[in-house]
Design a protein around this ligand. Structure first.
Ligand SMILES: [Zn+2]
Length: 107
């Protein structure tokens, strides 16, 4: 049984406070990287929920990626009908789905 509440009780508020305070990328990466390490030692098991919560924040996506926590991009802004991009969140280049359709990541 993991520590499911660590995300919304600890990680998410700290991450939000760093964003609200306009903390630098270096500070954000150092603080949240350390926090992720510590929470995991206590058996945190809902990291991907927190990643989803901050999926539009590239710095936080990068911190999680450094810790091997990733999720699908799921972008659906394609001219084609698609279930969404299956590449990893924060990927470079074009979006791509499981039918091998690709579309530009730039609007
Ligand atoms: Zn994508």
């Amino acid at each position: 049984m993991g520590w499911g509440s660590a995300g919304y009780r600890i990680f998410d508020p700290v991450a939000r406070a760093l964003l609200d305070a306009n903390a630098s990328e270096e500070i954000t990466r150092r603080v949240l990287g350390k926090l992720i390490d510590e929470l995991r030692q206590e058996d945190w098991d809902t990291e991907t929920d927190s990643l989803d919560e901050f999926r539009d924040q590239p710095v936080i996506v990068a911190v999680f990626r450094d810790k091997d926590v990733t999720t699908r991009c799921r972008n659906t802004k394609s001219p084609l009908p698609t279930a969404g991009c299956t590449r990893l969140l924060g990927h470079g280049g074009d979006h791509r789905d499981d039918q091998d359709n690709s579309w530009s990541a730039t609007p």
